[in-house]
Ligand binder design. Structure first.
Ligand SMILES: [Fe+2]
Ligand SMILES: [Fe+2]
Length: 211
């Protein structure tokens, strides 16, 4: 049986084969003589940009992959998000730039995290006849996005900024607790090793493209 790392690398190599095929078919188009060098330079630039981004994603995902099974990856992401909240709560109203940067960081982290759950874990829960849990958790993600929306509407030096962040943190902490202590352990206990590996691979793959 292939290891998780082998699975991931074979997925990536087949994806890059697809890209190679599409770039070959693209080069079969007939371009005007003048367009050739410009087009080549453009494609080379795009390729460098793509490679840099791909390397960054691979690095981030490699760090995540070391964290273990899907539930451990997601629990580590909960901890990382709560740590950003704590940094936000340690700011004062003069630190508006820091507050905005931390809110951006938190938004990206929660967005990636929610995507992995909404595209992989919650659908798998519904498939296992646990739609009630999946729907309840997904609805809470909606309120998490509402907090982000509200904080983006607020001035970073508002008097109630910290209070809003504190309420937001409480919601995320409660949601994470429900996942880590109830829903995920129960779901995991119902899986065999193959199913568990599949969910881990899918969470990693989704996280890779969202990183
Ligand atoms: Fe969640
Ligand atoms: Fe979560």
């Amino acid at each position: 049986m292939p290891t998780r790392t082998q699975n991931r690398s074979s997925n990536r190599s087949s994806e890059s084969a697809d890209r190679n095929r599409s770039s070959q078919s693209r080069s079969a188009f007939s371009w005007s003589d003048n367009a050739g060098p410009i087009l080549a330079a453009g494609l080379a630039g795009a390729a460098i940009g793509f490679a840099a981004n791909y390397g960054r994603k691979a690095l981030m995902q490699g760090m995540e992959a070391a964290a273990g099974d899907w539930d451990e990856i997601l629990a580590n992401e909960h901890d990382a998000a709560l740590a950003v909240f704590d940094k936000m709560l340690a700011t004062d109203e003069t630190q508006t730039f820091k507050r905005k940067m931390l809110l951006m960081k938190l938004t990206h982290a929660l967005d990636k995290h929610a995507h992995q759950e909404e595209m992989v874990v919650y659908p798998a829960l519904r498939e296992a006849n646990e739609a009630g849990d999946a729907d309840g958790l997904e609805s809470e993600h909606g309120y998490i996005k509402t907090f982000i929306y509200e904080l983006n509407q607020m001035q970073a030096d508002s008097r109630n900024w910290l209070e809003k962040v504190r309420e937001f943190r409480d919601l995320v902490a409660e949601h994470a607790h429900m996942e880590e202590e109830q829903v995920f352990p129960r779901f995991k206990s119902e899986m065999n090793e193959e199913q568990n590996d599949k969910i881990t691979m899918l969470v990693n793959r989704d996280g890779f493209w969202m990183a």
